[in-house]
Structure formats: structure tokens, C-alpha cells
Write a protein that binds this ligand. Structure first.
Ligand code: ATP
Ligand code: MG
Length: 482
């Protein structure tokens, strides 16, 4: 083992200071030999160069004086622990001795304590432990039971990483529904044409053409998608009010029910236009409002006598993309509300297989402030979905703007670069075991490196995201050629 330095000063049970005799990087894994338990895994959380150079001598340096500087490289080290024979990770209960040697940790110890393997293939393989060849694989059952969030600033690599996760879910025959506001996920059909670092990561290019379904409320704009519509006759009058954007149920429910009874008596395959005509025949302020809102619903073209069936939308082992590109925000909310509540109710009754619901740009669908028609059902899924095999994944570039109760239910978090102080605060508040050093490191993460917490791991770890085996649909647009 290579010695990197010695413990000095007061030694705590969770952290200690280290005088370094050779440089190590922040985030590197270190080891200390404990008298009772053998090697204990630690991690460098912060680095500082201490010197005796004061202001006066620094000024003298500026004026050309020759003054000797004594300096030391010191580190703040977080103790992670050792794996005891029962399999649990424990931290020694007696502090290490000052003067004890600190080593660069060997890969075997890192793998054992963090619970990583070189060749496992049981979970969702998202990448390699930063600077190592150990695979970071998320436990798929944990993702379902404890939900997941993917957070970073814009361009941080969220959609790319989520693409990696969906590839893995498809490889494991897990059913997914992806709410895709920018139309980025249809490219999961095609094999990647980039081979970046594939050799190190052992990733082969592979498309999922036969396992990807795509739907859109606006198929004219999204040619690869099938039309997404909802059945008017299967819609509860309360849900129809949601589509109409009417929240005052008390005033409108009765009159709307009457209209529905009237048109249902005429034909079971009635249309929105039939409802509009029935509203025109009546008189009064309430019917005028119903008429106006039904016209609006008609324009959205979301309701049809025969809507997209559940069996068409959700198919076992396939990823269904709900492409909302070009769809107005209020309609997007309605679509998400309707799909999320149908999936939740259908899972409760066991009508569809267990599935993973991914919501991109989730701050728009479950905002912390203001309202969205789909907020309530997403909160319910976040708190109750796990009981029914409905896993939720929220993706957002504004951690501070997403509903806190939703974010706090996401116990697996994949965090890429975040610089906004409010977002960092929201993240720090929602993650256990995040050290001050890690919070600082999140601000400087390069594209393609994520901090992974949860997912079956008891310690947050930095992961180099593996290359995609499919094409990424969210490439940044180049305005001028390179
Ligand atoms: N792991 C990675 N390896 C290589 N390139 C990556 C990786 N992650 C992201 N990129 C590149 O970085 C750019 C931005 O990535 P991505 O579209 O995933 O960002 P985002 O976080 O989803 O942004 P936004 O919030 O704006 O949607 C893309 O051009 C993508 O190809
Ligand atoms: Mg994105």
C-alpha cells in the first residue's frame, strides 16, 4: 500500500486531518489500518495548503524580496468505514491515533466497503466509479421502491444519463413510460454512432427499435409518433372538467352531467362537438362557460370517441414515450395528469405490469409554487406508488422549484453539475450523508460525472457515466461550425 501521509491534530470519529506527503485528489479513497478492525475506507473531502507566509512577507515578495516559505499540504478526511463479517458497514468507535499512516485505498477495499463489483450485471449499469474500473449499478428494485431524481443545471447531462438508465431498464425488460416535453427520447430506437470511451466502459452500440413506442398529442409535428387521444366516453365528468380547465367542481359538475346524459341518450359514440351543440341549446352563465371551455377542449383534439387504449400505451418490457414537443404547457399538464392517474389506478388494480414513470422537466409538472393540474397525482405517486409497483423518476434543472414533498420521496439521486445556490441548498437538504466537500464538488463536476446517492449504496459516490449505446436525442445545437 502507498502511504500518502499521517493523521495529525485532534482526531474525530467521523473526520480527521491529514498531513500529506504527496498530492491526492479531492474525492480519492484512502485507508487507515485500525488496530481492531483492519483497513478502514476513508475519502479525501477537502484539501488545503497551509503556509507561514503572512501579508507583510507576501508584499515583500511583490517587491522582489527573497523570503523562504514553509508550506504543508493538508487534507480533511471523511471516514466511510469497514465491512464487518455480518455484511454491514461500520465506523470504528475509537478514534484513530494521531501519527497513524494513511494509504491510497486498494481497489479491493473500495469495492468491498462500497459494495461495487467489476463484472456484475444484475443492476442498472450507469458507469464506473470515478478513476476506477468498478461498475456502479443501481439496484432496480430500490429504484421502484424508493423512487429517483436526476438533477443538474441545464446542459449538465441529465437527459443523456436518463437515456442510459432507460437502456438498462429495457435490457432488464422493465416497462417504462417517459414524459418527454422536448421529443428527445425517440432516438432510443437507434444505435449510437459514437464510440467515445466504450472500450473502458465495455458498452456496445445497440438500438431498441422494436421496444420503443412513441405517442404524441400532436403527431403532425412529431411524425414518428402515433396520435395520443383520450376516450371521451371513458372520462369521468370530473376528469372532463379538468380537461376543460374548470376547477370549481361544485358549480359545473351538475350542469355538465346533464349535458353528458343528453348526448349519451343520442349516441354512445358522442363527440365533443355533440356536447358543444347541447350546450348551445341551453341558456345561462354556467352553460356559456361550459360552451366556451368545450370549444377549447375541441381545439386540443385530445378527446376522441375511441382514445388510445391502455393496452396500446403500456406494453410489458417496452418504453412508451409521450412526446409533448410543441404542445402548449396547459395541455401538457392535462396529458400528464390523465396519464399519471390512469397508470396509478391501473397499477392498483394490477391491469398493467409494474412500471417506471419518468417525468422530464418535472418542475413544470410538480412545481413547489403555483399549481399544475398534474401536481396532486404526482405527489400521490411519490408517496404511495411504491406499494403498487409504480416507480417514479423526476428530472429537473431546478431542484429548488420542484415540489419538496416529491423530491424528498426520491431516495436515489443522481446529481450532475449544479451551480445555483438555491438548487444546491434544496439538494443538500434532501440528501443524507452529503459532506461539505461533496456539496462543493457538485459545483465543479465535469459533464459526464454524477454523484450517486442511494440506489442500493449506503455512501454517496462519484460515477463517470457510461457512454450511451443508443443515440442521444438532446445534443446541444451548434450555431456556428467548429
Ligand atoms: N456522459 C456524457 N458523455 C458525453 N457527453 C455527454 C454526457 N452527458 C451529456 N453529454 C453531452 O452534453 C450535452 C448536454 O447533455 P443533456 O442534453 O443530457 O443535458 P441536460 O442536463 O438534459 O440539459 P437540459 O436541462 O437543458 O435538458 C449534450 O450535447 C450531450 O451529448
Ligand atoms: Mg434534458
Amino acid at each position: 500500500m502507498d502511504e500518502v501521509g499521517r493523521i495529525y491534530g485532534d482526531v474525530g470519529l467521523g473526520r480527521f486531518q491529514l498531513s500529506l506527503n504527496r498530492p491526492v485528489e479531492r474525492g480519492d479513497y484512502l485507508a487507515v489500518e485500525d488496530e481492531l478492525h483492519g483497513p478502514v475506507l476513508c475519502q479525501l473531502d477537502d484539501l488545503r495548503r497551509k503556509s507561514d507566509l503572512d501579508l507583510e512577507r507576501a508584499e515583500a515578495l511583490v517587491h522582489g524580496a527573497d523570503t523562504p516559505i514553509h508550506e504543508n499540504l493538508i487534507g480533511i478526511v471523511q471516514i466511510i468505514g469497514y465491512r464487518e463479517s455480518g455484511g454491514l458497514v461500520k465506523v470504528p468507535t475509537i478514534p484513530f491515533r494521531p501519527g497513524a499512516k494513511v494509504y491510497q485505498a486498494e481497489e479491493g477495499l473500495i469495492a468491498e466497503v462500497l459494495g461495487l463489483k467489476k463484472h456484475a450485471n444484475s443492476g442498472a449499469y450507469v458507469g464506473l466509479l470515478r478513476g476506477h474500473s468498478l461498475r456502479v449499478e443501481l439496484d432496480i428494485n430500490t429504484l421502484f421502491q424508493r423512487h429517483m431524481s436526476v438533477l443538474s443545471k441545464t446542459g449538465g447531462g441529465k437527459s443523456y444519463l436518463l437515456g442510459v438508465i432507460v437502456e438498462e431498464l429495457l435490457r432488464h425488460h422493465v416497462t417504462c413510460v417517459i414524459i418527454d416535453p422536448h421529443g428527445e427520447y425517440g432516438s432510443l430506437r437507434f444505435a449510437s454512432d459514437k464510440n467515445g470511451h466504450s472500450e473502458r466502459f465495455h458498452v456496445d452500440a445497440q438500438g431498441f427499435a422494436s421496444r420503443v413506442l412513441e405517442f404524441s398529442p400532436d403527431p403532425t409535428l412529431n411524425a414518428s409518433a402515433k396520435p395520443l387521444t383520450f376516450s371521451l366516453r371513458h372520462l369521468d365528468p370530473r376528469d372532463l372538467l379538468v380537461f376543460m380547465g374548470l376547477t370549481n367542481i361544485k358549480n359545473f359538475l351538475g350542469p355538465l352531467r346533464k349535458l353528458l346524459e343528453e348526448v349519451q341518450a343520442g349516441s354512445p359514440d358522442y363527440t365533443v362537438k355533440d356536447l358543444i351543440r347541447a350546450a348551445e341549446r341551453g341558456e345561462g352563465g354556467i352553460l356559456d362557460t361550459l360552451h366556451e371551455r368545450l370549444e377549447y377542449v375541441d381545439q386540443t383534439r385530445l378527446l376522441a370517441p375511441q382514445g388510445t387504449s391502455l393496452a396500446e400505451l403500456v406494453q410489458e418490457g417496452k418504453a412508451s414515450i409521450v412526446n409533448l414537443r410543441g404542445v402548449a404547457p396547459d395541455i401538457q399538464e392535462l396529458v400528464v395528469a390523465r396519464i399519471a392517474s390512469t397508470l396509478f389506478e391501473s397499477r392498483k388494480k394490477g391491469k398493467i405490469p409494474p412500471l417506471f414513470l419518468v417525468i422530464e422537466e418535472a418542475h413544470n409538472f410538480a412545481p413547489q409554487q403555483g399549481t399544475a393540474s398534474c401536481s396532486r397525482v404526482l405527489k400521490t405517486i411519490a408517496s404511495e406508488g411504491r406499494k403498487f409497483g409504480l416507480g417514479l423518476c423526476v428530472v429537473t434543472q431546478r431542484a429548488a422549484r420542484i415540489d419538496k414533498s416529491v423530491l424528498s420521496q426520491c431516495n436515489t439521486q443522481l446529481i450532475l453539475q449544479v451551480t445555483n445556490p438555491l438548487d444546491l441548498k434544496a439538494i443538500a437538504q434532501s440528501i443524507e450523508g452529503l459532506t461539505p466537500g461533496m456539496t462543493e464538488m457538485i459545483q465543479g463536476l465535469p459533464v459526464g460525472t454524477a454523484l450517486v446517492t442511494g440506489g442500493g449504496y449506503h455512501t454517496p459516490l462519484f460515477c463517470e457515466v457510461r457512454p450511451r449505446s443508443t443515440r442521444h436525442g438532446g445534443e446541444s445545437v451548434r450555431v456556428v461550425p467548429n
